[in-house]
Design a protein around this ligand. Structure first.
Ligand code: AHR
Length: 345
């Protein structure tokens, strides 16, 4: 007759199985692999999410409130994740400081959020903290701005625009406007020092004019993506030199600041000096309609829905693109005027 196993052996086996099931969420589902955030419960019969199910907690480390574009991006994230009962959003505003963004990420890790979203204020200096998120098994999505190349294993996907292309499109508009052989003096208002949006828009634009010897950047200075600094930099430059034909600003807010400075200096923006901006905010479309600005190269800030879709795809075990690109256009003249009534931000 076989001896029966003691009941405690069976009990240990059951406990081990239960512990293994409980560990399902502690595997490395961080950047660089495609393991999904934890399951969030069931859907109702009509397929709408069950509000009582466990929510996907998203921590978002935002840069600040430097521009109309940034406000639109923040609104898109807040609307997307607070209007959907599957999610809970933890939002942090770093007031332009990388150290505050790093602190926010560490807080999200301590809170054991399911996903982290980061709009990195500058490109460099993220390795340590993103490694901490990876070690904690939390997937990180970069939104809008990128980080230094070579760190692709530290995040799941980058969602945003091609900033180099935006710079190239700005240069293309200008060369179409003035002609390839024209002599054109340009003031460039750069974005935040070290930001991918500033580095790449500068590169794209400068590449776009490099074989056009008549096009000269006579001054290039940061305006930190704000209207106030765009105005300040332009005011200072116009006191020394008014022989410029173009202002190329890395965002619309700085372009709008420059417009004020040009008017105060007794010149006509849009006519005496052509104004090129990037972003496509409503105020830029209004300035184009008034004839004070010439062109805005669009950069889409409404990234909340794309982030949400990426998180759901990750959860469903789908393969994600490393770069989820936004769709964009270039607006000038009548095309901008026609588009104005439908601009949301
Ligand atoms: O990173 C995107 C840039 O950041 C936008 O062009 C600018 O307006 C913002 O502040």
């Amino acid at each position: 007759m076989k001896r029966q196993k003691p009941y405690w052996l069976a009990l240990i086996a059951i406990m081990m199985i239960a512990m293994m099931a409980g560990c399902g969420n502690s595997g490395n589902n961080g950047a660089g692999n495609t393991e999904a955030p934890p399951a969030t419960g069931t859907a109702n019969e009509d397929n709408t999410p069950d509000a009582s199910a466990k929510k996907i907690v998203v921590g978002f480390a935002q840069i600040g409130q430097e521009s109309g574009w940034r406000d639109a991006e923040t609104a898109s994230i807040k609307e997307t994740f607070t209007n959907d009962p599957q999610f809970e959003l933890k939002f942090s505003d770093a007031q332009q400081k990388q150290e505050n963004q790093i602190k926010a990420i560490r807080t999200f890790i301590a809170q054991k959020v399911d996903v982290i979203g980061l709009a990195p204020v500058v490109e460099s200096g993220w390795e340590t903290v993103l490694k901490e998120a990876k070690d904690a098994g939390i997937p990180v999505f970069l939104l809008d701005r990128g980080i230094t190349k070579g760190n692709e294993d530290l995040y799941t996907s980058f969602i945003g625009s091609d900033f180099i292309l935006e710079g190239e499109n700005a240069a293309k508009w200008m060369i179409d406007e003035f002609g390839a052989d024209a002599t054109v003096n340009i003031v460039q208002l750069e974005g935040t020092v070290g930001a991918s949006a500033a580095n790449d828009r500068k590169k794209g634009f400068e590449d776009g004019i490099k074989d056009k010897p008549g096009y000269k950047i006579v001054y290039s200075q940061t305006g930190d993506f704000t209207r106030a600094k765009g105005k300040e930099v332009m005011e200072a430059y116009l006191k020394k030199d008014k022989n410029i034909q173009v202002v190329y600003a890395h965002n619309d807010d700085m372009a709008l600041g420059a417009i004020q400075a040009i008017e105060e200096a007794g010149l006509k923006p849009g006519t005496d000096i052509k104004i090129i901006g990037v972003d496509g905010i409503k105020a830029a479309f209004e300035a184009i309609k008034e004839g004070k600005m010439n062109v805005t190269v669009e950069c889409n800030p409404l990234l909340g829905p794309q982030l949400k879709q990426a998180i759901l795809d990750l959860k469903a075990g789908k393969e994600l693109e490393k770069w989820i690109k936004s769709e964009e256009d270039v607006y000038f003249g009548q095309k901008a005027i026609d588009a104005l009534p439908n601009r949301k931000y």
